[in-house]
Every structure is written in structure tokens, then in C-alpha cells.
Write a protein that binds this ligand. Structure first.
Ligand code: C2O
Ligand code: CU
Length: 436
């Protein structure tokens, strides 16, 4: 290579690598954390939590699409640990499900995760051991996979939505296995918040990418935003072919939503949860000053990730959600069931040959909403007219609703399929698919 070509090549490499690319290897160290959750006006002390590297949420891990990421898990808990990389189409051995894809990491022990994320976008990581309790205590954080072309935005902001059940003193209530919660909508908090960066201020006219991650164990957030003119550009990490106006969507547990938005002001951007009594504030960012806005029409689709297009002639498998309060019985031994079976069984829900597709009819025969998550794959939500809808890893299915999803199973291994209302998962709403 002559000198000129060398300079060009290395400059290009510098330009395409995001400034915040994580130095490998990263170490995640789960341990107890004392951190203020409630705002100061509550006059409580900090809350005793579990966090990665001393904070809740854990550090934002920034990976680069198609580059290998190495993360050591250094377990400083007095309990077992395992980390799941939610939404990443990775090797099964790195999926973080103790007892299925890896041994549980004992207190004081270490496990090294190494994988190459094929998809750019917004993902997250969380405990997958007693996750209804460990995630509720704070063991979660953002995983951002950068693509190689930087986006024309002024800020890239991640908001981690969370929901806490606290005592008047500001401590977590210790009722993680509460049977009433399991049988209803899950362990809902009495205080919700979005963790936002504290060192950011916006100017009117700026354009932001806002990455919303619902890390709550059970709460569905009906969202609204003031001070921004926003479009949805990705769901569960996957770019939408056409950006969609942000019109007060729901974000179910584990789902993500990327927005590109223009700051319209006047004085702050506020993220709120809509509910009958009005708007519940989740978090805000102040606006100071102005810049010349970009033309609104220039919000375009993000570069697509690889879509595995399923075969629509594939067999249809019903997955009937059963159980919970105010509903008929089922054959499973716990509060919730899929097709009459509660909890993890030796036999999978389905065994699929690699490269084959399945249509799964998600039938919610219960009085509660469920957020159904499949590990290791994305799938299409099918529209009523049979066309492909959104490409996701977690689907919200409301009480009484049926939703058909279509998946090309191209990733071999044992993959969990469960309700991501983690309290429901704990109450039996869980199974797995074997891709052989
Ligand atoms: Cu984020 Cu098995 O889940
Ligand atoms: Cu559920």
C-alpha cells in the first residue's frame, strides 16, 4: 500500500469508528449499590439496590456493529449472576440464561461474554437469574450498537424507563414473589422514572436521537413527550422502513423505541406517562437557547439491519396464554401457563430445523396484557391483512387479543420464549424453542 492510500484508509477508519466505542474488554461488576431514586423533595435517604459497576442503570455499553465485544462478568453479589443481552442475535452460548446456555456464575466467580452484534440499534442487558427480583433491584443497563455511518443529529440520548415499589423511607419493598402481583398485572411500582443523562442541555432547533428502553419488570408505559417533534425510527433495535410520527405509543417491558426528534421547546423536553389522571412526569431535559432548525422532511429511515424474511407457508403454532386472576383454569402447575404448561419443561414449545420458519399465533386468553419475548431472533408481527408489520423481539399482546408473529429460525440453540413481565415469567409463563 502506498503512503497516500494508507493515510486515506486509516482516516476512514477513524471517521467511521464512533468516538465512544467501548474499549474491550469491559467488565461488568454486579454488587450492592446505595443510590438515590426518589427526588430530593421526598426527603428520604438513598435506596439500597443492586447495580452494575456502582450504578443503576449500569454503564452504557457502546459496541460497534459486526465488531466483537468482550464483557467480563465479575460477580460481586452474594447471589448467583448471569447477564442476558436482550435483542442481540448472538451465539446461543453467550445468551446468558443460567442452567440452559451457561452455568450460573457463583459469587466471586467470573464469566466472559464475547459476541459480535450483527445489528445496529438500541438493545439492553439485564440479569437473567431470578430476573423478577434482580432486575427489580436494578441489574440492567443500555447496550448501544453503533452502525458505521454517523447520523446527522446533535445529541444521542438514552432514556432508561424504570418502575420502583418503595416504602415511605425510600427502600425497595421485599415482596418480589407476591402471589397477588403474579396473578395480576405484575409487581407494579409506586414511583416511575426515566434515567436521562444529567449533563445535557438542548437548544431549540436541535435534532436529537432519543433511545427509549423500558427496563421495568412489569409496567407498560403509555408515553407522551412535550417540547419535541418526534418520529419513531426503530423498534426493538430494528429500523422502520419509514419513520412514523410519535403519537403516544405504548412501550411494554423490554421493548425499545428510537426517536429522531426536533427540539421545539419552549423551555424543556418532558417525557411523561399518560394515565387517566393526566400526565405522570418521567424525566425532563432543559432547553437553553436556539439554533437554526433542520428541515423536518429530512428525518429519513435508518440504515436497515439484516431482516430474516420468514416463509409464510410455514406451519402455524398456537401459543395460548392462560391463567392469572379472573380467568378459567389450565393444566399447568403454576399461576400462568402457555398451552397448559407452566414453567420450564424438558421438552421445548417447538423444535425447529435451522433455516425453517414458523408462524406463531399468540393468543392471550387471560385478563392481563403480556409482553412475549423470544431470545436470539427477531420476528415479524403480522398485520390483519397478512402483510409483514414491525420486526421485533418483544410483542405486547393485550388481554383477549391474538397476534400472529412469523419467524425464520436461523440461529441454532436453545432459546427462551417468555413473558417479559418478569413477575409473570416467575409465575410460570415461560418456555423455550430448540433450533437444531
Ligand atoms: Cu430480556 Cu429472557 O429476557
Ligand atoms: Cu405476562
Amino acid at each position: 500500500m502506498d503512503r497516500r492510500a494508507f493515510i486515506t484508509a486509516s482516516t476512514a477508519a477513524l471517521l467511521v469508528r464512533p468516538a465512544l466505542a467501548a474499549p474491550s474488554p469491559i467488565v461488568l461488576r454486579p454488587a450492592t449499590v446505595s443510590q438515590r431514586i426518589l427526588p430530593l423533595q421526598y426527603q428520604t435517604g438513598p435506596t439500597q439496590l443492586l447495580g452494575f459497576n456502582g450504578s443503576v442503570p449500569g454503564p452504557t455499553i457502546r459496541a460497534v456493529q459486526n465488531e466483537t465485544l468482550t464483557v467480563g462478568l465479575d460477580n460481586a453479589l452474594d447471589a448467583g449472576a448471569a447477564v442476558h443481552w436482550h435483542g442481540v442475535r448472538l451465539d446461543n452460548a453467550m445468551d446468558g440464561v443460567p442452567g440452559m446456555t451457561q452455568p450460573l456464575v457463583a459469587p466471586g466467580a467470573r464469566f466472559t461474554y464475547r459476541f459480535t452484534p450483527p445489528d445496529a440499534g438500541t438493545y439492553w442487558y439485564h440479569s437473567h437469574y431470578l430476573s423478577y427480583e434482580q432486575v427489580a433491584r436494578g441489574l440492567m443497563g443500555p447496550l448501544i450498537v453503533e452502525d458505521s455511518s454517523p447520523l446527522d443529529v446533535d445529541h444521542d440520548i438514552t432514556a432508561v424507563l424504570s418502575d420502583w415499589r418503595l416504602t415511605p423511607e425510600g427502600e425497595l419493598t421485599e415482596d418480589f414473589g407476591n402471589r397477588h402481583d403474579i396473578a395480576h398485572a405484575g409487581r407494579m411500582g409506586n414511583f416511575a422514572k426515566a434515567f436521562l443523562p444529567e449533563d445535557v442541555t438542548l437548544r431549540r432547533g436541535e435534532r436529537v436521537r432519543l433511545r427509549l428502553i423500558n427496563a421495568a419488570t412489569d409496567r407498560i408505559f403509555p408515553l407522551a413527550i412535550t417540547g419535541l417533534d418526534a418520529h419513531i425510527v426503530a423498534l426493538d433495535g430494528m429500523p422502520l422502513p419509514t419513520p412514523r410520527p410519535f403519537d403516544g405509543p405504548m412501550l411494554a417491558p423490554a421493548q425499545r423505541m428510537d426517536l429522531i426528534a426536533d427540539v421545539t421547546g419552549p423551555d424543556k423536553v418532558a417525557l411523561v406517562m399518560r394515565h387517566q389522571q393526566g400526565a405522570y412526569p418521567l424525566g425532563e431535559i432543559s432547553i437553553v437557547g436556539d439554533v437554526t432548525p433542520r428541515p423536518p422532511a429530512s428525518i429519513t429511515a435508518l440504515p436497515p439491519n439484516r431482516a430474516d424474511v420468514p416463509d409464510m407457508q410455514a406451519p402455524v403454532l398456537p401459543l395460548v396464554m392462560q391463567g392469572g386472576a379472573m380467568s378459567g383454569g389450565h393444566g399447568g402447575g403454576d399461576i400462568w401457563a402457555f398451552n397448559g404448561l407452566s414453567g420450564m419443561k424438558d421438552a421445548p414449545f417447538a423444535r425447529v430445523t435451522r433455516g425453517e420458519s414458523r408462524l406463531i399465533r399468540l393468543v392471550n386468553d387471560t385478563r392481563f396484557a403480556h409482553a412475549i419475548h423470544l431470545h436470539g431472533h427477531h420476528f415479524f408481527e403480522m398485520r390483519e391483512d397478512g402483510s409483514f408489520g414491525d420486526y421485533r423481539d418483544t410483542s405486547l399482546v393485550m388481554a383477549g387479543q391474538t397476534l400472529q408473529i412469523a419467524c425464520l429460525f436461523d440461529n441454532p440453540g436453545k432459546w427462551m420464549l417468555h413473558c417479559h413481565m418478569l413477575t409473570h415469567q416467575n409465575g410460570g409463563m415461560t418456555s423455550w424453542i430448540d433450533v437444531v
